[in-house]
Design a protein around this ligand. Structure first.
Ligand code: CO
Length: 208
């Protein structure tokens, strides 16, 4: 059976990975099984080409991750809000990264009017950002550059949403060291770029 074959391969690969990790660090899994102390919450796109740990060269235990289509941070999304609360209150991460990427299918879909069913409700949130910047985006001649520009504008909007989050604001009231950053990932080069919109306190925009 094709499905069973796929699963068998997957489990074989898992065992190969476990052995290679244990070769360099025999107590890796035993240590990690006790507790996690990630310093970073990563909010990224579900796109298979942007895996948080791999593109940052970090290891299991280093990043708490939330991914959804087009890396949205919606105040009404209990899933994302719960992840943020747990990350800042229980794990006490010091950094939250919102990472978008060029060539994002979710962003592309939001720029068009095709009826895609359920996902249209999700994409509505990106259409709202698009509508705020139609002049800027329509002045860009190349179609893929338009998508990439909206991807970056979307990251900026989502960083603001994280900074406005009540759990995040509470941490700043307590004087905790917590920064929110916006990054964009290039599928073509594999490189991350800082959009220089970091926020590390209430209404305190850090340009560096
Ligand atoms: Co995407």
């Amino acid at each position: 059976m094709c499905q069973n074959h796929y699963l068998k391969n997957l489990l074989d690969e898992n065992r190969t990975w476990v052995e290679s990790v244990k070769k360099t660090n025999p107590s890796f899994f035993k240590t990690l099984s006790q507790e996690q102390h990630p310093k970073l919450l990563w909010i990224g796109c579900s796109d298979s080409r942007v895996p948080a740990s791999q593109v940052t060269n970090l290891k299991p235990g280093d990043i708490f991750v939330h991914r959804n289509i087009a890396n949205l941070v919606l105040h009404s999304d209990m899933n994302c809000q719960s992840v943020i609360q747990y990350a800042v209150e229980a794990l006490k991460v010091n950094h939250i990264i919102v990472c978008g990427h060029h060539g994002c299918g979710g962003i592309k879909a939001a720029m068009h009017t095709a009826d895609l069913g359920l996902i249209d409700n999700w994409l509505r949130n990106i259409k709202d950002i698009y509508n705020l910047h139609t002049d800027e985006i329509s002045s860009i001649p190349d179609e893929s550059d338009k998508v990439n520009q909206l991807s970056e504008l979307n990251v900026k909007a989502q960083v603001r949403h994280v900074a406005e989050n009540p759990f995040v604001q509470k941490q700043w009231d307590l004087g905790r060291n917590l920064s929110v950053h916006g990054l964009i990932y290039s599928l073509k080069t594999g490189l991350l770029r800082d959009l220089k919109i970091s926020v590390n306190g209430k209404m305190n925009e850090n340009k560096s």
